[in-house]
Write a protein of this length. Structure first.
Length: 562
């Protein structure tokens, strides 16, 4: 992501900007939870849209085999000032001593690399987690990346040395001792980690600014070869079958020429707006990008095709574990799909505040499903069959589309109006929603909605991992000094005539996954980076909670360490 103060490229999970020292909320991109986008005010819109990519869809439900999205395992992490606990289904968590900084996972979520903050040294220690145990790799790391398959970790040391760690052999290899660290994450790994690209030969002018550099590309670990000066690699496939790079025009800073090298042929795909997202499929054989507020698609290094009269925004996926940003020096993202066609997308106009949602069919034709004014809240949810789709419109009504692939699909009004947020059970039989009066309603089947709780914390709705019930926080109060909202954590089953069960008091946040449930009780604020710390209580079964950490970092509603 980009620092909102100085514009430096920084890992999404950083607590501070390495360039200017700005304190930053830390997202844990692999955690599960709610499916909400908050766009609060014009200034906030620009920041949120650039950092979290318009739509944040968070879903703790398992993805069925019939879905077009592969199943992903999400690690369940509780982090704090003194340690990191990783829950993987064992009787005891894997514990790493030290203060959590950020983490990156493989595309399937099974493997992970953790960066542990070393404030006194000014750099981080990184650990590789293989799904069962954690191993220290290096203790003087500036930035890192992990390959999509999770078998290779690349990192840059304080001295500017790029090193690759091969988890299959346990060996490390020095790639270059002259890697640019003027901005973070200026190196790229292919999905299998065997090919890579990095910046070297940086020229720094008298003003301290980068006036030139060279990208080097290694194919399957062979000696790296340089590209022409000032070309920027933005995507790299296995065996470097596809190398995507930008030739950026210094006189038009937001425009670049996009090229692809396929075999021995270099072809210009088109002009690209570097302020907008660049999207790839799993193997980098397809790319989607924007120019002049239009979106284009290229497959297998072929000619571009215009697919929409809007700038590219986001693929709508069951949860945000289906997308990872591997190249943070540009806004490039890799989605866990075989093809960028046959998918749903959202396109946002930050002038009119209109979110357009639609389906891109296998032939590249975009079917516009709906347009929603979303200056405030935009929330979507996909049905497990990959066809059905829910969204909350600007009037506070929940709309359901039975089959987004059908050009004649019609929206059905499920509930409304004045709804603020909602969750839907996997079988779609039960819908929970909170209205603007902070009343929680439950609609089971075709029965009329029933109000079940008052004074409900709007963003606290959290489905259980099996989808058979919901957690929420009610009877909450606000600490005006710390701006902390806390209340009574409750559980309600989907069963007819089920009653609300109270679990604990003074709860500020709850999170559920198939590896357990955790809730947090606020304790103090960290003045150095505006974080929040409290007690973490965990239950593998979602019922019998035990305090597992005293100085735990409390996430915000998007699952970020705040």
């Amino acid at each position: 992501m980009l620092c909102t103060k100085c514009g430096a490229n920084i890992p999404d999970d950083s607590k501070t900007c390495a360039e200017c020292g700005l304190s930053i909320a830390v997202p844990d991109s692999r955690k599960t939870g709610r499916r909400i986008l908050l766009i609060a005010g014009f200034a906030s819109v620009l920041v949120v849209l650039s950092v979290i990519g318009f739509v944040v869809i968070r879903n703790c439900l398992p993805i069925p085999t019939e879905s077009r999205f592969p199943a992903v395992e999400s690690l369940f992490i509780i982090s704090g000032e003194d340690e990191v606990q990783i829950y993987n289904g064992s009787s005891k968590p894997v514990t790493i001593d030290g203060e959590y900084s950020y983490s990156m996972s493989s595309m399937d979520g099974k493997k992970c690399v953790f960066s542990i903050n070393s404030v006194e040294e000014g750099n981080d220690t990184i650990y590789y987690y293989d799904g069962s145990k954690a191993k220290e790799i290096c203790d003087d790391v500036v930035t890192l990346a992990i390959s999509a398959d999770g078998n290779v970790v690349g990192y840059i040391t304080v001295a500017g040395t790029l090193i690759l760690y091969d988890a299959t052999t346990g060996n490390s290899k020095e790639v270059s001792d002259d890697v640019s660290d003027d901005a973070l994450s200026r190196f790229i790994l292919s999905p299998d980690g065997k090919s890579y690209a990095y910046i070297s030969d940086t020229e720094i002018g008298d003003n301290g600014m980068n006036e030139g550099c060279t990208f080097y590309v290694s194919v399957n670990g062979q000696e790296a070869e340089p590209l022409d000066s000032d070309l920027r690699v933005v995507g790299l496939s296995n065996s470097a079958e596809f190398i995507y790079y930008l030739d950026k025009d210094d006189y038009e800073k937001n425009k670049g020429k996009l090229f692809v090298r396929h075999g021995k042929t270099d072809q210009m795909i088109g002009l690209v707006d570097t302020r907008e997202r660049i999207i790839f499929n799993q193997d980098y054989s397809e790319i989607m990008y924007s120019y002049n507020d239009e979106t284009y698609l290229s497959k297998d290094a072929g000619d571009k095709e215009k697919i929409a009269d809007y700038p590219v925004s986001n693929m709508i996926v069951p949860d945000n574990t289906q997308v990872i940003s591997y190249n943070r020096s540009m806004k490039s993202y890799v989605y866990n799909v075989k093809s960028l066609t046959g998918q749903m997308y959202s396109f946002y106009d930050n002038v009119t505040y209109i979110m357009t949602i639609g389906y891109l069919d296998g032939k590249g034709a975009f079917l516009e499903i709906d347009s929603i004014y979303c200056y405030g809240l935009f929330q979507t949810e996909m049905v497990k069959d990959g066809k059905g789709f829910y969204c909350l419109n600007s009037s506070g009504e929940i709309k359901y589309y039975k089959d987004v692939k059908d050009p004649d699909t019609k929206k059905e009004n499920i509930a409304g109006d004045d709804i603020i947020t909602y969750v839907v059970s996997p079988d779609t039989n039960t819908v929970y929603y909170v209205d603007k009066y902070e009343i929680l309603w439950v609609k089971r089947g075709t029965a009329d909605p029933v109000d079940v709780a008052d004074n409900v914390l709007t963003d606290s709705l959290t489905l259980t991992a099996d989808g058979k019930g919901v957690y929420f926080i009610c009877d909450y109060s606000v600490d005006d000094t710390m701006i902390i909202q806390s209340g009574t954590l409750c559980y309600l089953s989907n069963e007819k005539n089920a009653e609300v069960a109270e679990i604990a008091n003074d709860v500020v946040y709850v999170e559920s996954s198939d590896l357990g449930v955790v809730y947090y009780v606020y304790d103090k604020k960290i003045e150095s980076w505006s974080g929040r710390v409290g007690e973490a209580y965990y239950a593998a079964d979602g019922q019998n909670f035990t305090k597992v950490m005293d100085n735990a970092y409390i996430p915000d509603i998007l699952g970020r360490i705040y």
